[in-house]
Design a protein around this ligand. Structure first.
Ligand SMILES: Nc1ncnc2c1ncn2[C@@H]1O[C@H](COP(=O)(O)OP(=O)(O)OP(=O)(O)O)[C@@H](O)[C@H]1O
Length: 552
């Protein structure tokens, strides 16, 4: 993908119109030069007439340039807006596993570096096109004045472009390296912000973090950018100097080679001067456009990675309806494997044989790293099974119905995100219902909800977790999954959660899977499943039985 293709993809009509307006502006610029040249060299034409023509041409140039700029600005900003949205949509559509592999830092790097770089280059496009049009107009005028002048001008331009091209390749290489370094730097910034408390507490760790991680990365970024920028500086300065050579060549060679008259020579020299300004501006914009190409390639690579990773999962335009009247959910020999390339290590979950019916409370237990969260993600349809399948009422879940299948669940993850409002929940009495739940969750004195907005989310960890529970309640879906939800609740609220809230959910016919280490509350469960190193130990026996499956 390149910038032009990107813009043409959005509105080729606007781009074409902008190009025509820009070219017209360039031609008019050349006409203005012709008027200046005439007024300097011809005394037989009344000055008033020339002044009038000059004014009219300036006005026409203004209109054309403005039109070209506005059209390009509109289409380029529209492209930028769509690029941001498209990338966000791709991230939303990409499978979780693919996002986890790409890493948060890579996604952030794209939003914080690539998109602003592309934005900066798109701002450069309108003047770039206008200067290109001025150049074409000037070349046309020189041709009209003295065809040999065109040959000299083209020779100078080819010379400067080819020397620029020679230097551009290593400069781009450095910019690509700088962009790779940016990915690493974002990872360090993430550690800096998320690990800030730990860094503050430990002097040696903090200093090592700065000297071993942050500084080398910042230093590399600096060096790559300076090295790349240096090549461009040489290329641009050389190209600009060459254009004064063009002025010199026209001024001194043209009379020798073609014996042109003094008015023609004045016209050519004047035009060459004017051209030098346009060429200088063009060359100044080239590094910015070059960087944008690197950024665009990065965005495209990420987009392709995410798009290829969606694996054909359908993205319904309409809201999928969630089935409330399900009877049986089964995992049949479902597996998932994490492979960690760097350590050449993998973790395998399954094959899992498991089923759920409405209205049961199931506890999932097991040691750290035994695969509980992975099993929850598999069950939620966030990881499609690598082998085996999930069936809802006998219907296999695949790419076509997975999105709809996910609407069955409300999940509260151990590292879940708390939105600052009840986004996506619209109920005529949302605030009142949220208020009732706040009361039950003993948060009324801390938080209120107005028009679906929490008054604050600056709360303790345990209180924030309770707010996520409020959202889960309001979602009111048939299947609830709590991943170590109660881990940071005080004993009093743990009691409320296990002894009051869970039984209430069960009474309402909800199925609840609770990932927990709280063995004190095991009697609350209808069934207890235990995972050990990715294998389910508790046999999947009777669905209605309660105590029979307690193998712990
Ligand atoms: N995104 C990931 N990429 C690679 N490996 C992963 C990833 N997430 C988890 N793992 C590996 O999978 C294994 C199971 O992890 P999982 O989070 O499912 O365990 P868990 O039983 O929920 O643990 P805990 O009780 O500590 O939360 C772990 O050994 C972990 O190293």
């Amino acid at each position: 993908m390149n910038l032009l293709k990107l813009l043409l993809g959005y509105s080729w009509r606007n781009v074409a119109l902008a190009a025509v307006a820009g070219l017209a502006g360039g031609a008019i610029s050349a006409s203005i030069l012709a008027v200046i040249n005439t007024s300097l060299t011809r005394r037989d034409i009344p000055l008033g007439q020339l002044a009038l023509l000059f004014g009219a041409l300036v006005l026409a140039m203004l209109v054309c340039n403005l039109l070209s700029r506005i059209l390009l600005l509109q289409v380029s900003q529209q492209a930028l807006m769509d690029l941001r949205l498209q990338l966000s949509r791709q991230i939303l559509a990409a499978p979780l596993l693919q996002l986890e592999r790409a890493g948060i830092s890579r996604l952030f790097a794209t939003f914080t570096d690539d998109i602003p770089t592309i934005a900066a280059s798109l701002f450069q496009l309108p003047p770039f096109c206008i200067n290109a049009a001025i150049l074409i107009g000037c070349l046309g005028y020189i041709t009209w004045l003295a065809p040999l002048g065109l040959a000299i001008a083209i020779a100078a331009i080819v010379l400067s472009l080819s020397s620029y091209k020679l230097l551009e390749a290593p400069a781009t290489r450095y910019f690509i390296q700088a962009r790779e370094e940016w990915d690493r730097l974002i990872r360090h910034f993430q550690a800096l912000t998320e690990g800030n408390k730990e860094l503050k507490l430990h002097w040696r760790r903090r200093e090592a973090f700065v000297s071993d991680n942050l500084r080398p990365s910042v230093q590399n970024l600096y060096e790559h950018n300076v090295a790349g920028g240096r090549y461009f500086a040489v290329a641009i300065s050389w190209a600009q100097a060459l254009h004064f050579l063009l002025v010199g060549a026209l001024l001194f060679l043209l009379p020798l080679l073609a014996g042109v008259s003094s008015p023609v020579l004045t016209g050519c020299t004047l035009t060459a001067f004017y051209m030098a300004g346009a060429i200088g501006a063009l060359f100044e914009a080239l590094p910015i456009l070059q960087r944008a190409q690197v950024a665009l390639a990065k965005v495209e690579a990420l987009g392709l990675t995410l798009a290829s990773a969606t694996g054909g999962e359908s993205q319904p335009a309409e809201e999928p309806t969630s089935s409330t009247a399900w009877q049986r959910l089964e995992l049949v020999a479902a597996t998932h494997t994490y492979y960690r390339e760097q350590e050449d290590d993998y973790f395998s979950l399954g094959p899992i044989h498991l089923s759920f019916v409405p209205g049961e409370v199931v506890f999932l237990v097991g040691g750290n790293g035994s695969g509980k969260t992975t099993l929850a993600k598999l069950l939620l349809g966030l990881y499609p099974p690598e082998t085996g399948e999930i069936r809802l009422d006998g219907i296999p879940i695949d790419d076509h119905n997975r999105e709809q299948y996910r609407q069955l669940f409300t999940a509260v993850f151990s590292d879940g995100y708390l939105f600052e409002n009840l986004i996506g929940l619209d109920h005529p009495e949302l605030d009142r219902r949220a208020g009732d739940y706040l009361e039950r969750l003993q948060l009324k004195h801390k938080v209120s909800v107005r028009s679906g907005e929490f008054s604050t989310v600056a709360l303790s960890q345990g209180q924030r977790k309770r707010l996520t529970l409020l959202t889960a309640y309001l979602e009111d879906r048939p299947f609830y999954i709590f991943d170590e939800w109660a881990a940071n609740q005080d004993p009093h609220f743990k009691d409320i959660f296990y002894l009051k809230l869970l039984p209430e959910l069960k009474e309402r016919g909800k199925t609840v899977l609770v990932i927990t280490h709280d063995d004190r509350y095991f009697p609350v469960a209808d069934r207890i499943l235990k995972l050990e190193n990715g294998r389910l130990l508790a046999p999947e026996a009777t669905l209605s039985g309660v105590t029979g499956e307690r193998t712990l």
